[in-house]
Design a protein around this ligand. Structure first.
Ligand SMILES: Cc1cc2nc3c(=O)[nH]c(=O)nc-3n(C[C@H](O)[C@H](O)[C@H](O)COP(=O)(O)OP(=O)(O)OC[C@H]3O[C@@H](n4cnc5c(N)ncnc54)[C@H](O)[C@@H]3O)c2cc1C
Ligand SMILES: *[C@@H]1O[C@H](CO)[C@@H](O)[C@H](O)[C@H]1NC(C)=O
Ligand SMILES: *[C@@H]1O[C@H](CO)[C@@H](O)[C@H](O)[C@H]1NC(C)=O
Ligand SMILES: *[C@@H]1O[C@H](CO)[C@@H](O)[C@H](O)[C@H]1NC(C)=O
Ligand SMILES: *[C@@H]1O[C@H](CO)[C@@H](O)[C@H](O)[C@H]1NC(C)=O
Ligand SMILES: *[C@@H]1O[C@H](CO)[C@@H](O)[C@H](O)[C@H]1NC(C)=O
Ligand SMILES: *[C@@H]1O[C@H](CO)[C@@H](O)[C@H](O)[C@H]1NC(C)=O
Length: 547
């Protein structure tokens, strides 16, 4: 049975997501009758550290603060980010990268979103009026900054603060995180704090995955006289396409980064894109497709079909990123703590059943319940949680769904299934992937089933909170129908928006669009407008306007 107190708490906890707070009274819920004063859980003092002020960290800070005042009044909530402002990877790094030192962000000056911004929002908080449907990165960073100020998150956010090391000082039942925090601007100043809960939202586009091929060193060392120095750089270092003028370039990989590099570099110089079987370059890219690389000779890049390219000067490795949490692999100095909270050592490679400590094989962090709670045996499941691990998902809405579960579980750990049941669910999920002939330890946190799986995942997290009474059951799925449509039609919408911009009609389309419903309606109209035009002009004609 759902308790009245919970209903009241839940409604309060939702209001924070509306622009104009509403406060339905309990009477309204219960019909008429005398006001009932709900039992509120006793205030328990807790301390919570969040790492990262990108989409994930801001989402969980907000859902924690949205818990009823009487639940979280005595909680100490601190968010740390090493950078100078919020927004995570959408915050520009004004300094050019100096490989192999990793840059603060993979962001490049010509980065625009590849999804329409209304699909990227925290539900209920839109981009400002007049924002182009596929905005440049500045809008996305500003959106996060606006989110933080609008919802008064700022006083909890400690910028220029790096979490250096975090270790668990305690048992399977209780204990604290010992956390060393440094200052970016005053490096010698390190403070040690302890927290009951640690929430990791450190992003997963920061540690490049760099493949190696036989012969690459010899090739690199053998720049022909008069040619630009040969180089192999990961896309995290990519900034300006002009840098590649007069060079022959091979882009390796066909994900979002590879597609952008192909579209930007391709028109400027001789460009090849090395792709796995079944992958294609983006519409409109001027590239020659090659299969995967086999090896290098001192003269040439050799591909698996036996062909080779002798004239290559530069490779851009758009080969993705590794899942790393460096501060969890470091034990705070002189803390007496024996082992790190997370290991990445391939020699100790285990699986979810056999892992004795939280493990990353660099593609997948395990064992985690729902990509969120660590089921490592050293501490309770709410002690360590992650926001933002799923890949191929709309981040802000997914971050928020995950954050709701984390926040309510921290408030009341009894809403979570037992450790055994959570474990069972994880093993079941991994088993299902194997049935599809996929290795869960390679697929990792990818939403393999695309938008359908990504949306089902978010719906199930929120539905669960309704089932256990943490949120009121409105009988509605979490992911709104318009968001489903626009995610599904995002390529059509990007062709539509290119055409709008080419026709210089952006202002007309955006005029008066302000609320979430209006943005949704705009996308339905644009999708219809484009689909109709493409039908009239025959298949293929749309390609000239490819985004
Ligand atoms: C080039 C590129 C383009 C993309 N384009 C799109 C798009 O168009 N649409 C879309 O939906 N998604 C896109 N994405 C996906 C993107 O990952 C998400 O949109 C989202 O911004 C990720 O947010 P996050 O909070 O998980 O991580 P991040 O934005 O990476 O934020 C993590 C934060 O944690 C901080 N941090 C990390 N470690 C520490 C530490 N030890 N101490 C203190 N702070 C720390 C970092 O400084 C950073 O600010 C893109 C990704 C990339 C790389
Ligand atoms: C962060 O550090 C930068 C210098 O690196 C400084 O300009 C900025 O004011 C600092 N911000 C905060 C909030 O401390
Ligand atoms: C933010 O704080 C201000 C001043 O304390 C307050 O007036 C405002 O209502 C708060 N806004 C939200 C969304 O909580
Ligand atoms: C490219 O090569 C041409 C011909 O050698 C030269 O004129 C031009 O300046 C070069 N451009 C760049 C950006 O290096
Ligand atoms: C670890 O916990 C013990 C017992 O609570 C405490 O005495 C000790 O100071 C803690 N160590 C650190 C480094 O916080
Ligand atoms: C982990 O490996 C063990 C031993 O190989 C195996 O019995 C078990 O089923 C595996 N569990 C998972 C979740 O893959
Ligand atoms: C998704 O888009 C495809 C292609 O436009 C369409 O055939 C399909 O019906 C759409 N599905 C949903 C759920 O909207």
């Amino acid at each position: 049975m759902v308790q009245l107190g919970q209903i009241a708490l839940s409604i309060l906890s939702l209001t924070g997501w509306l622009d104009r707070p509403v406060s339905p009274s309990l009477d309204l819920l219960l019909g008429k009758g005398p006001a009932i004063h709900p039992q509120t859980p006793p205030a328990v003092s807790k301390s919570i550290a969040i790492v990262g002020a990108g989409s994930g960290g801001l989402a969980v800070l907000k859902t924690l603060l949205d818990l009823p005042e009487e639940v979280r009044a005595s909680w100490d909530i601190a968010l740390y980010d090493q950078r100078r402002d919020v927004g995570g990877l959408w915050l520009e790094d004004p300094n050019p990268p100096h490989p192999p030192t990793l840059p603060e962000t993979p962001l490049y000056p010509r980065l625009r979103t590849n999804t329409p911004h209304p699909t990227m929002t925290y539900p209920g908080f839109t981009f400002p009026p007049k924002t182009p449907l596929f905005p440049t990165y500045e809008y996305v960073q500003q959106y996060h900054a606006d989110f933080a100020t609008t919802y008064n998150l700022t006083s909890h956010i400690h910028l220029n603060h790096t979490v250096l090391a975090a270790g668990w000082n305690g048992t399977r039942e209780e204990g604290k995180w010992v956390v060393d925090i440094g200052r970016t601007d005053v490096p010698e100043q390190v403070v040690r704090k302890s927290f009951d809960h640690l929430i990791v939202a450190n992003g997963h586009n920061h540690y490049p995955r760099i493949p190696h091929w036989p012969g690459e060193d010899e090739w690199l060392a053998n720049t022909p006289i008069g040619s630009p120095k040969r180089e192999i750089l990961h896309s995290i270092f990519y900034r300006y396409p002009e840098r590649y003028i007069n060079r022959t370039v091979v882009i390796v990989g066909g994900g979002a980064s590879g597609r952008d590099a192909a579209l930007q570099v391709g028109p400027l110089t001789e460009t090849y894109q090395s792709l796995k079987e079944g992958a294609y370059p983006p519409d409109g890219a001027k590239v020659t497709v090659k299969p995967p690389i086999s090896h290098f000779t001192s003269e040439a890049v050799v591909f698996i079909d036996g062909t080779s390219l002798p004239s290559v000067d530069a490779l851009i490795l758009a080969t993705g990123y590794e899942f790393r949490v460096p501060f969890l692999t470091r034990i705070p100095r002189n803390s007496g703590i024996k082992s790190p909270a997370l290991i990445t050592d391939p020699a100790t490679y285990a699986n979810s059943t056999t892992a004795r400590v939280l493990t990353s094989n660099l593609r997948y962090i395990f064992p985690l319940y729902e990509h969120i709670f660590s089921l490592a045996p050293q501490y309770p499941p709410t002690a360590l949680s992650f926001v933002g691990l799923p890949v191929l998902i709309a981040n802000c809405p997914s971050d928020r769904a995950q954050s709701l579960l984390i926040s309510h579980a921290i408030a009341d750990p009894s809403i979570l299934p037992s450790r055994t049941d959570m474990f069972g669910k994880l093993v079941e999920r991994e088993g299902k992937l194997r049935e599809l002939n996929l290795d869960p330890y390679v697929v990792g946190h990818k939403m393999q089933g695309g938008d359908n799986e990504a949306q089902a995942y978010q719906n199930s997290l929120v539905r669960y909170l309704k089932q256990v009474g943490s949120l009121p059951d409105d009988g509605v799925d979490y992911v709104e129908p318009w968001r489903r449509m626009a995610r599904n039609e995002s390529i059509l919408l990007s062709r539509a928006w290119s055409r709008v911009e080419n026709l210089k009609e952006a202002d007309r389309w955006l005029d008066g669009i302000e609320t979430e419903d209006e943005w949704a309606d705009l996308m339905y109209r644009l999708a219809d407008w484009q689909a109709q035009w493409e039908e009239q002009h025959g298949k293929g004609v749309d390609r000239y306007a490819a985004a």
